[in-house]
Design a protein. Structure first.
Length: 657
């Protein structure tokens, strides 16, 4: 790849607006506006063409799209297999191409490079292991693994036999994993002994054992991450727990991919909503994979010699789509890193990018803010000139952070692709394309070709440029959009299809038009927060706090944070007679860590005598949220207990802006 190439040019008239350079435009898969126009004329034909061109099918579909609001289907009657599309079809031309480069946290450990053929063999073997353990088409498999290649092997092995995987973020607690395993009724769990995090060995099996107690779980497969002097001595329950390497040693490499109908669930991914119970978002096979394939190819403009690195953990949707199904279906080389970005110092990611000649780098604003804080000096000594495209995802990115990323990491040469999307959308939906632009700081960009985004006011009318409204999508819906909520059709309807009726997908995000084409996303309008890019619900954290024996009730709201974007702040009412103390506070924080995981722990706890409530008894989190940032408070006269407002203002030290 040509190094030092300039991939962007600055707009002559507008500040902080950039365009693709001639080199970028010429190299890009999408270099003309025609794609948007053609796609808009007939989105069904457009997606059908993409599905045909991007994926290999065992059987062509009979019907492109069907809508029975709020349900819809794509490519009805078609048959395919996701693992075949990520592996088998690449063997002829790319068998020896590296699919995954894995870097461990300890510097002294060597990287692992796995070719497409190598990955194929592992996946075939593991699919046979799963079958032997009793996993059948449609069965759920719970995956609780850190960033090691076996997580991709497990995902693709499930897909190969038509089983449905449900991954839980390895930093979530065992109790949290158990709740999700129970909800989806997983038969088999895949986990590992542990992993390195900030120089410490984390014992994951101990947490997995909590979930393994769920009634449906029959078998647990344990990958051995630690060997030699690092080996962990683990209790393995006879008849339930099996070592991955022992099962793999006996498994056959002969495994035919099972053709599944397009709309068959490929995976479930639990995500936080406005209630305490996470919902199992269902993604189908063909629609999801079509969107994963084309967004990977076009957003990141991946070519044969690119090295793609998405730093997301596979426990989140970004990891599913851009650390597995997207890059592998396009046949790219990707990097995954096990550890923490500050090990042994904050230059580690740049060291890795240099070592593997990374050309496309995709991360979250929260990480960029941290790198910015640590300073550009940390990139010195590393050659980042292979970088061509930078991406960001997960939260709105502020101007300073965007400019720092562009200037320091990209050296003013690379576009920053700000991708807006959600667990529910399966793949990116609003962003600039590298060959089209413009790349506008703080503006996500343009809806992906073939999708119909709108921004509506409360009454459902499109808002004028510059006015904030709610981001929605109109039919035909993006093929990667969720197809339901596991065992909870009511939640599916109520969350996404109630606000504007069953024919409009409601995102729960605020947004405005920056110009005719480009959208600026302002953030969540519900009780969901983004903590260091991680999606957490107020209600979920409140449930964890309220399960503490000394707590009567609590309210959790986000507060802006310089690095993490938002952090949870808890307002807690203790049982009569319990005195607030640092010890009580510490035990509440501990409870949250135990029930959910460290990401959710409250940043601050206010012990209060009451909370603002509506006449129907609902806690008005909005009041608390505004108080924390000294914003104008809403009308208190609608409250059941308006007198509490003055008291709470004193507690938090509210000063009207
Ligand atoms: O509020 C939006 C924000 O992240 C939410 C979705 O979170 P999650 O399901 O965890 O998926 C994150 C990764 C796809 C959205 O509702 N969000 C995501 N990307 C952006 C964003 N907000 C602003 N700009 C973005 N680029």
């Amino acid at each position: 790849m040509a190094k030092k190439e300039k991939w962007v040019v600055r707009d002559k008239n507008k500040r902080n607006v950039f365009w693709p350079s001639v080199e970028m435009r010429e190299r890009a898969w999408v270099g003309t506006d025609r794609f948007y126009k053609d796609a808009a004329k007939n989105p069904m034909d457009f997606w059908a063409c993409l599905a045909r061109d991007g994926l290999d099918w065992f059987k062509e579909w009979k019907k492109v799209y069907e809508s029975k609001p709020p349900y819809f289907k794509w490519f009805l009657g078609g048959k395919l297999n996701a693992s075949y599309n990520c592996l088998d079809r690449h063997l002829k031309d790319k068998g020896n191409k590296v699919a995954i480069i894995w870097e461990s946290e300890p510097l002294e450990e060597r990287e692992r490079k796995i070719t497409y053929r190598g990955l194929y063999r592992e996946v075939c073997k593991f699919s046979n292991v799963l079958k032997k353990l009793g996993v059948k088409k449609g069965d759920r498999v719970g995956i609780y693994l850190p960033m090691i290649p076996e997580v991709m092997v497990s995902m693709l092995a499930c897909a190969r036999i038509g089983a449905v995987h449900s991954i839980v973020f390895s930093a979530f607690s065992g109790i949290n994993f158990r709740k999700r395993v129970e909800d989806c009724g997983a038969k088999v769990l895949v986990t590992c002994d542990g992993y390195w995090r900030r120089g410490k060995q984390i014992n994951l099996k101990k947490q997995a054992d909590v979930a393994a107690k769920a009634k449906t779980v029959k078998k647990v497969v344990v990958v051995k991450r630690f060997t030699g002097k690092d080996e962990l001595k683990l209790p393995m329950r006879k008849g339930r727990d099996y070592w991955y390497h022992e099962l793999m040693a006996k498994a056959s490499e002969d495994s035919k991919p099972v053709p599944v109908e397009s709309n068959t669930p490929l995976f479930l991914l639990y995500t936080s909503g406005t209630t305490g119970k996470p919902k199992g978002v269902i993604h189908d096979t063909a629609g999801y994979l079509t969107q994963a394939y084309w967004t990977t190819l076009w957003d990141f403009d991946l070519h044969e010699d690119d090295v793609f690195w998405c730093t997301a953990d596979v426990g989140w949707i970004t990891g599913h789509t851009y650390n597995c199904y997207g890059p592998l279906s396009v046949g790219a080389t990707m990097v995954i890193y096990e550890g923490s970005p500050d090990m042994p110092n904050w230059g580690r990611l740049w060291k890795i990018a240099d070592k593997f000649d990374v050309s496309v780098f995709y991360t979250a604003p929260t990480a960029i803010r941290m790198f910015k804080k640590m300073g550009c000096e940390l990139t010195k000594g590393y050659d980042l000139s292979t970088l061509r495209i930078l991406g960001t995802v997960g939260e709105p990115i502020d101007l300073e952070t965007w400019l720092w990323y562009f200037g320091c990491i990209g050296n003013g040469r690379c576009p920053v692709i700000d991708t807006w999307w959600q667990t529910e959308t399966g793949g990116t939906l609003v962003n600039a394309l590298p060959g089209i632009g413009p790349f506008i700081a703080t503006v996500a960009g343009r809806p992906f070709p073939g999708t119909r985004a709108e921004i509506l006011d409360e009454k459902g009318k499109p808002v004028k440029k510059g006015r904030t409204g709610y981001l929605v999508f109109k039919p035909p819906f993006p093929p990667g959009l969720l197809r339901g909520v596991w065992k909870n059709p009511k939640k599916y309807r109520d969350t996404y299809w109630r606000e504007y009726g069953p024919k409009v997908y409601y995102t729960s995000d605020g947004a405005k038009w920056f110009d005719k084409h480009n959208i600026r996303v302002t953030g969540r309008v519900d009780d969901v927060m983004k903590v260091a890019g991680h999606r957490l619900s107020s209600a979920e954290i409140e449930d964890a706090i309220t399960s503490h024996p000394e707590v009567i009730v609590s309210a959790v709201v986000p507060k802006p944070d310089e690095i993490r974007g938002q952090v949870p702040v808890a307002f807690v009412v203790l049982r009569p007679g319990v005195k607030p103390s640092p010890e009580v506070e510490a035990s509440i924080v501990k409870q949250v860590r135990k029930e959910i995981g460290p990401t959710a722990k409250p940043h601050q706890v206010f012990f209060v005598k009451g909370l603002p409530k509506t006449r129907s008894g609902k806690i008005m989190r909005r009041f608390l949220k505004s108080m924390l940032v000294n914003e104008k408070l809403g009308d208190a006269s609608t409250l059941q207990n308006p007198e509490i407002v003055g008291y709470l203002k004193k507690v938090v030290g509210y000063k009207r802006k």
